[in-house]
Ligand binder design. Structure first.
Ligand SMILES: [Zn+2]
Length: 418
C-alpha cells in the first residue's frame, strides 16, 4: 500500500499555479481569487472520490468519507493551502496534497473504515496575512476560540478586516456553527514541511513530533529623557541602560528556571539610535518558549517581569511599560502542544516497516495541529525542507519526500480507522 508520486507531483505543481505573484514565489492569500481557484481544484479532485463535500461556518472546506459507523468520531487529516506573500509551494500545501492522496488510496483499495475520515482543507493559517497572532484561524474556529472581535479588527495588506475579506470572498462567517463538539473528533493528523534544516542535515526522511513548545511574546517599552551625549552622567535617564539591565535579568532568571522554558530578547529598537544622543526610548521584544506547564504559570511569569521592571524604573528613573502580544483568547505563553504518544509509536514502526529513516523533532513553529492538541488526540509528520528555507520563493521539498510522508500518513490512517 503506497501513495502515488505522480499524483502528488501533479497536485503540487497544479496548486502552485494558483498564484498572485508568478515568478516571485507563490502568493495565495486567504480569501483571494487564488484561494478560490485552489479551492475549486481541490473540490474537483474530491468529487472524483465521491466524498461528501461541505464547508463549516468559517468556510473551512471538508471532504468526508463516511464510516461504517457514521456516528463514530471523525479522523481528520489535512493542512492549509494559503501561503504568505511571496512564499513557497510546499508550506501547508504539502500536507493538503498528502491528505488528498491518502484519501485517494483509501478509495482505490476500498479500505473499510469504521470511523468517518475527513479531509480538512484550510485557507487561513498564515498569520502574516492579517498580522501577528491572527493565523491558524480555521482550527481556532473549530475549537471555538476565534472571536468576533478579531474578525472585526485585524486587517490584511489591502486594508480589509477579516470580516470584510471573507464577505468579499462570498462568505458570511458564523462562528457558532463552525465549532466542533468536544468528542466529535477521534484524531487530527497533519503533515507539514519541517521549516527547518534538521532532517536534511541528519539525512532523515521523516520527522515525528512529540510536542510543540508553547509561545509567549511581550513588548517592553523603556522611556527615558532626550539628552545629548554631553549630559552629565548623574543627570541621565538612559533608556538603553535600563533595557540592558532587563536583558541581563531575563537571561539570568529564565536560566535559573531550568530546562522547561527559554526566554530571549531578540529585538531592540533604539531611539534616536545615534552616537550623539542618549537613547530616550527603547522597545524590546521578548519571546518565551515553554516545554512543560509545570515550570511557571503565565501569571507568575508576567508578575515577575512587572516586578523587575518596577525595580528598574526605581533605580534608573526610566519609565517602563509592558505590553502583551498574545493571541486573543489564549494564555501568554500558550501551553505546549503535546501530541498523541501512541500514534508516534505507531509511526515509528511504520517508518521501520517501509524502510524510511526518522527522527523526533520538537522545536517546531506554529501550526493548526498545535491548536487542536487540547481538543483531540493530534499528530504531526514533518518532511524535509531544503536548506531549512520557508516562507520564501526558494522554499523546496523534493516531491519524493512528500510522498514518503504521505505514505506514513496513509498507513497510520489505515491502521486507526478500523
Ligand atoms: Zn504552514
Amino acid at each position: 500500500m503506497e501513495t502515488s508520486l505522480e499524483r502528488i507531483t501533479r497536485d503540487l505543481k497544479k496548486l502552485a499555479t494558483f498564484n498572485e505573484t508568478p515568478g516571485e514565489g507563490v502568493t495565495r492569500s486567504a480569501y483571494s481569487k487564488e484561494d478560490r481557484e485552489a479551492r475549486n481544484y481541490l473540490i474537483s479532485e474530491m468529487k472524483k472520490l465521491d466524498l461528501d463535500i461541505y464547508e463549516d461556518g468559517f468556510s473551512t472546506l471538508f471532504g468526508r468519507r463516511e464510516g461504517k459507523n457514521p456516528d463514530a468520531p471523525v479522523i481528520m487529516i489535512g493542512s492549509h493551502y494559503d501561503t504568505v506573500y511571496h512564499g513557497g509551494a510546499f508550506d501547508g500545501t504539502a500536507g493538503v496534497v498528502a491528505a488528498l492522496e491518502t484519501m485517494r488510496v483509501l478509495t482505490e483499495l476500498d479500505i473499510e473504515n469504521k470511523y468517518p475520515i475527513e479531509l480538512l482543507l484550510m485557507n487561513a493559517e498564515e498569520g502574516e496575512t492579517f498580522g501577528p497572532s491572527t493565523g491558524v484561524s480555521n482550527s481556532r474556529a473549530m475549537v471555538g476560540t476565534l472571536t468576533e472581535e478579531e474578525l472585526r479588527t485585524v486587517k490584511n495588506r489591502h486594508g480589509q478586516t477579516k470580516l470584510e475579506a471573507m464577505k468579499a470572498y462570498g462568505v458570511t462567517p458564523n462562528l457558532d456553527t463552525a465549532k466542533r463538539l468536544p468528542g466529535s473528533l477521534k484524531n487530527f493528523i497533519e503533515l507539514h514541511i519541517e521549516q527547518g534544516p534538521i532532517l536534511e542535515q541528519e539525512k532523515k526522511d521523516i520527522g515525528l513530533v512529540e510536542y510543540i513548545p508553547g509561545i509567549g511574546r511581550f513588548k517592553i517599552f523603556f522611556r527615558g529623557r532626550a539628552q545629548d551625549s554631553t549630559a552629565l552622567m548623574a543627570n541621565r535617564k538612559d533608556a538603553l541602560v535600563a533595557a540592558s539591565q532587563f536583558v541581563l535579568f531575563l537571561n539570568e532568571w529564565i536560566s535559573s528556571l531550568g530546562k522547561g522554558i527559554t526566554g530571549t530578547v531578540g529585538q531592540l529598537s533604539i531611539t534616536p539610535n545615534s552616537n550623539q544622543f542618549v537613547p530616550h526610548e527603547v522597545i524590546a521584544t521578548v519571546e518565551i518558549r515553554t516545554f512543560d506547564t509545570t515550570t511557571t504559570t503565565p501569571k507568575e511569569l508576567k508578575d515577575c517581569l512587572l516586578t523587575e521592571l518596577a525595580n528598574i524604573q526605581n533605580t534608573t528613573g526610566v519609565e517602563t511599560y509592558l505590553e502583551e502580544m498574545g493571541r486573543i483568547g489564549y494564555s501568554n505563553p500558550t501551553n505546549p502542544s503535546v501530541m498523541n504518544a501512541e500514534n508516534v509509536e505507531k509511526m515509528k514502526s511504520i517508518c521501520e516497516q517501509l524502510g524510511y529513516s526518522y527522527q523526533i523533532i520538537n522545536n517546531g513553529t506554529g501550526h493548526d495541529a498545535m491548536m487542536m492538541t487540547e481538543f483531540v488526540p493530534t499528530n504531526m509528520i514533518y518532511v524535509p525542507s531544503k536548506n531549512g528555507i520557508t516562507h520564501h520563493p526558494d522554499e523546496w521539498t523534493d516531491y519524493g519526500d512528500v510522498k514518503k510522508g504521505a505514505d506514513i500518513l496513509l498507513h497510520l490512517v489505515a491502521d486507526i480507522c478500523k
